[in-house]
Design a protein around this ligand. Structure first.
Ligand SMILES: CC(=O)NCCCCNc1ncnc2c1ncn2[C@@H]1O[C@H](CN(CCCNC(=O)Nc2ccc(C(C)(C)C)cc2)C(C)C)[C@@H](O)[C@H]1O
Length: 324
């Protein structure tokens, strides 16, 4: 049988090329493969300014013609070859393999996570589309919010990060790619998000290798975060995310029991507060966990698009048992 028509996109880091089957219908919708291919070439030219495509080839191609797309991709691959040849001869040999390569830029990471999602979540109807920060619109909503929160948290190599109820794992991947924390965990109990999370993991690793971009260690765990098996992860985390907006009082209470064990300095970021803002002044007991934590309500600067149309607030709780 004749070999299927392919378009190979060379990696700007010299890793294995990305292979697109022709016709380009990968992901969802007939044109998404072609759009993704052209967008990726644009992103490479943006992320590596030394890579300049000849003439205005990026504005005169026909996504329905294999020949047209083939000549665009050939032009791109030749440019990459020349770029890698130059890089091989100019930078010091060890510099190319320095582990401190630049992290992905914010905008590129959003593009990569979107691409990972489209390839991994092949039927989003299996996901609960009504939860706050729905995974389908992650790029427009949660991504920016998490960027801002990460900036405020001043995360260091000493931090370990945990997303309680991590869904398909978008936050875990974003934190692993954009911070230097030593470990990122996500714990998810439902079957469909876990099945997609496995594919998210594979596509993320494939694409970050293609881009030659570093990322921290992470693990997407299939389980119930209330399970004793995972108490060690909660106890060793220094930053905990929990999107508990839709959690009932019972589940919030069970989380408070676990938070009461956390050491001073640990920070819990949630979409609903675990205790009233000014609840420090009262006797210390579980029904008033506020006595062991400082809480502050933060809302992103105006103008950031939010899932519900109105700007979302979130709460930063810092465990602090020092006297009032
Ligand atoms: C005893 C009892 O009550 N048992 C039932 C309850 C079990 C609780 N244990 C759970 N364990 C593991 N996963 C469980 C359990 N509860 C439910 N989930 C999963 O959470 C997922 C939903 N997730 C969102 C998935 C994507 N991750 C995020 O949106 N993360 C995130 C975190 C913080 C923020 C900010 C910074 C704004 C605060 C924003 C987003 C939230 C809403 C909890 C679903 O896929 C659920 O299956």
């Amino acid at each position: 049988m004749s070999k299927a028509l392919e378009l190979k996109l060379y990696s700007p880091a010299g890793s294995d090329p990305d292979v697109y089957e022709w016709p380009l219908t990968c992901g969802r919708g007939a044109t998404s493969g072609a759009v993704e291919l052209v967008e990726t070439i644009r992103w490479v030219c943006q992320e590596f300014p030394e890579i300049v495509m000849e003439s205005n080839i990026l504005s005169s191609y026909d996504t329905n013609s294999y020949e047209s797309m083939k000549s665009l991709v050939d032009e791109y691959n030749n440019t990459i070859d020349a770029f890698l040849q130059r890089a091989a001869h100019t930078t010091r040999p060890d510099a190319r393999f320095s582990t401190t390569q630049r992290r992905t830029s914010r905008n590129l990471l959003r593009h990569i996570l979107q691409q990972v999602y489209v390839h991994a979540v092949t039927n989003p109807s299996k996901l609960n589309q009504y939860e706050p920060f729905s995974p389908e619109v992650y790029g427009e909503t949660s991504y920016e919010l998490v960027c801002q929160i990460i900036d405020q948290l001043n995360i260091t190599e000493e931090d370990t990060f945990l997303d309680l109820g991590s869904g398909v794992g978008q936050i875990v991947l974003q934190v692993a790619a954009s911070t230097c924390c030593k470990m990122v965990w996500g714990i998810e109990k439902s079957d469909w998000p876990n099945l997609f999370a496995e594919k998210m993991d594979l596509h993320f690793k494939r694409l970050m290798r293609w881009w030659g971009k570093p990322y921290g260690e992470y693990q997407l765990i299939n389980g119930d975060f209330l399970d004793q098996r995972h108490s060690d992860k909660i106890n060793s985390a220094s930053v905990i995310f929990v999107n508990n907006l839709a959690f009932g009082p019972n589940l919030d209470h069970q989380l408070k029991e676990r938070f009461a064990e956390l050491r001073d300095g640990v920070r819990i970021i949630s979409s609903k507060e675990f205790c009233p803002i000014n609840s420090r002044l009262s006797e210390r007991n579980l029904s008033n966990i506020g006595t062991i934590m400082q809480v502050s309500k933060l809302s992103p600067p105006q103008g950031s698009v939010s899932w519900t149309g109105k700007s979302v607030s979130y709460y930063v709780h810092t465990i602090d048992r020092t006297k009032v």
